[in-house]
Design a protein. Structure first.
Length: 185
């Protein structure tokens, strides 16, 4: 009778849950049913490149939390990336973006900021939040530790991991005896 080690099974399980997280992000409700969400699963060498880029950003900005979060990325099995095409208009003319209407928003120059590109449509930002929350919920229901991290998204954007995304969030995933994402220093 074959034996599959706990470590091997847990890694396989984490990857399966990560894929289900992508499904959750995809099927999360979207404003007006318009899907501008982008997803990706990062592991292996690409995951290491995320951690390295996070450390670079931390050094450049003198923000130690980037290095702390980079360690979490390294100690994780994978990272789920969820982004949005946030510079697209939604046609509500609500003004939350700072422009009088969606046509003015659409004509506005799209500028790359320090981490993301704006201006961003508030409805696209809400869609991103709902997709990220749905993905994190899926991991939680399936007992995979996770934490939504802005800093991962900043590094992913600099590495052009999701070229169409104006904003990206990252969710590292792991299964250890204790969650590595809390009680951090």
């Amino acid at each position: 009778m074959p034996i599959i080690s706990s470590e091997e099974s847990e890694k396989e399980g984490i990857m399966q849950v990560s894929r289900l997280m992508l499904v959750s992000a995809r099927t999360a409700p979207k404003s007006g049913g318009v899907d501008d969400i982008l997803t990706a699963l990062v592991f292996g060498k690409e995951k290491e490149s995320l951690a390295v880029e996070m450390e670079k950003i931390g050094e450049e900005r003198k923000i130690s939390e980037f290095a702390r979060d980079a360690k979490n990325v390294r100690d994780s099995e994978a990272v789920v990336l969820i982004g949005v095409r946030g510079t697209k208009k939604f046609e509500m003319d609500c003004g939350a973006c700072g422009y009088a209407d969606c046509d003015e928003f659409e004509k506005a120059e799209k500028k790359a900021g320090q981490d993301f590109t704006g201006p961003t449509c508030v409805f696209k930002a809400l869609d991103l939040g709902i997709a990220v929350g749905s993905a994190a919920k899926t991991a939680g229901i399936l007992n995979v530790d996770n934490r939504i991290m802005y800093r991962i998204g900043a590094a992913a954007r600099r590495l052009n991991m999701m070229p169409e995304a104006s904003v990206i969030m990252g969710i590292p995933v792991s299964a250890k005896g204790k969650s590595i994402y809390f009680d951090r220093k």
